[in-house]
Write a protein that binds this ligand. Structure first.
Ligand code: R5P
Length: 302
C-alpha cells in the first residue's frame, strides 16, 4: 500500500475505466464509483458516488479519438472533485490530446496544446502525469504546465512484450523520425542493441515521405518505435522502406494506437509482422497495459 497518499481513491473516467481498475489492483488503492453518462442532447453528466472529502484522488482519463468529449468530462470531474473537498487531485492523462498543435503554423491558428493545458490547470488539478506525450517544439513538459507535470514512458513495457513474444535475430531499433530518437534510445538500451532514426518529411496530414539514411538493415530484425500511430502513414512508409532494403522481420510498436480508418491494415500490408500498442488508447492492438507505469509513478508521489 502506498503510504504517502492520504486515504487515496482512484477513479477511471469513461476513457480509462479498465485501466483505472488495473491500476487499483496493482497498487491496492480502492477504485471509487463514478457515473458518467450523456443527457439526451449530448451534454455530459458526471457524479461521484464515492466520498472524496479530504482524500487524495487519482483520476485516470485518457483523451483519445473523441478528445473534446473526454476533455469536457475531465474538466467537469476535476471541478466537482474540488467542490466536494478532495485534498489533492492527481490526474493521469495517458494520451494527451492536442499536443501536435503546439505552434501557430499558419497565421491565426489556435495553439491548442497550451490552451488545453491551461484549462486543465485552471480546473484545479494539482499534479498531471501523461505518457509519451508528443513534445516536439515544447522541448519539455515543464514548459507546458505551471503545476507539477511528469511525462512518463511506456517504451519499456512495449519492449518487454516484444522480447517475450519475438525471437529477434540481429535486432536493430528504428525511430521513424527525428523526434522518435528519445524512444528509440530507451528501447535499444532495454533490448541491448543499437538504434537509428529515419528521415521523415510530412507532405500532408495523411502523407509522409520516409528516407533511410544508408543503414544496413539487410537480414536484420527491426523494431520500430514511435509515440503515435494515427493515419498509419508514418509507420507504413517506414516499414516499406526497411523491407525494400532487405530487413528480415519488422515489428512495429507505438504507445498510442489512435488507428484512424484502416491504419492497422495499412501497416500490416506494408509488411510489418505486427503492430503492438498500449491501452492508453484501447484498440485491437493494445496488447500492452500502461497500468504498471502509472502504478510505479504513484509509488513516487510524495
Ligand atoms: C509525429 O511526429 C508522430 O511522432 C507520429 O509519427 C505521427 O503522429 C504519426 O502520424 P500518422 O500515423 O498519421 O503518420
Amino acid at each position: 500500500m502506498i503510504r504517502l497518499l492520504i486515504n487515496p481513491v482512484i477513479f477511471g473516467g469513461s476513457g480509462s475505466e479498465a485501466l483505472a481498475l488495473k491500476v487499483s489492483r496493482l497498487t491496492g488503492i480502492p477504485l471509487g464509483e463514478l457515473i458518467v453518462k450523456k443527457f439526451p442532447d449530448g451534454e455530459t453528466y458526471v457524479r461521484f458516488v464515492t466520498d472524496v472529502s479530504e482524500r487524495d484522488v487519482i483520476l485516470v482519463n485518457s483523451m483519445y479519438r473523441n478528445p473534446n468529449d473526454y476533455l469536457i468530462e475531465f474538466l467537469l470531474e476535476v471541478s466537482t472533485l474540488k467542490e466536494l473537498g478532495a485534498r489533492r487531485i492527481i490526474a493521469f492523462i495517458p494520451y494527451f490530446p492536442y499536443a501536435r498543435q503546439d505552434d501557430r503554423f499558419n497565421p491565426g491558428e489556435a495553439v491548442s496544446l497550451y490552451i488545453v493545458a491551461k484549462l486543465i490547470e485552471n480546473a484545479g488539478v494539482n499534479e498531471v502525469y501523461t505518457i509519451d506525450m508528443h513534445l516536439h517544439r515544447a522541448e519539455s513538459i515543464d514548459k507546458v504546465f505551471k503545476i507539477k507535470a511528469v511525462n512518463l514512458t511506456a517504451v519499456i513495457e512495449l519492449m518487454k512484450f516484444v522480447k517475450q513474444h519475438y525471437e529477434l535475430k540481429n535486432p536493430l531499433v528504428i525511430g521513424p523520425d527525428e523526434e522518435s530518437e528519445q524512444w528509440a534510445k530507451i528501447a535499444a538500451n532495454y533490448l541491448g542493441t543499437e538504434y537509428d532514426i529515419l528521415e521523415k518529411e510530412r507532405v500532408s496530414a495523411e502523407e509522409v515521405v520516409i528516407k533511410v539514411r544508408g543503414l544496413n538493415v539487410s537480414g536484420r530484425d527491426i523494431v520500430i518505435v514511435d509515440d503515435i500511430v494515427s493515419t498509419g502513414g508514418t509507420m507504413a512508409e517506414a516499414v516499406k522502406a526497411l523491407k525494400r532494403l532487405g530487413a528480415r522481420n519488422v515489428v512495429a510498436t507505438c504507445t498510442h494506437p489512435i488507428l484512424v480508418g484502416n491504419a492497422y491494415q495499412k501497416i500490416l500490408k506494408a509488411g510489418a509482422l505486427e503492430l503492438i500498442g498500449t491501452d492508453t488508447v484501447p484498440s485491437p492492438v493494445s496488447f500492452v497495459t500502461v497500468a504498471p507505469v502509472i502504478a510505479e509513478a504513484l509509488r513516487s508521489v510524495t
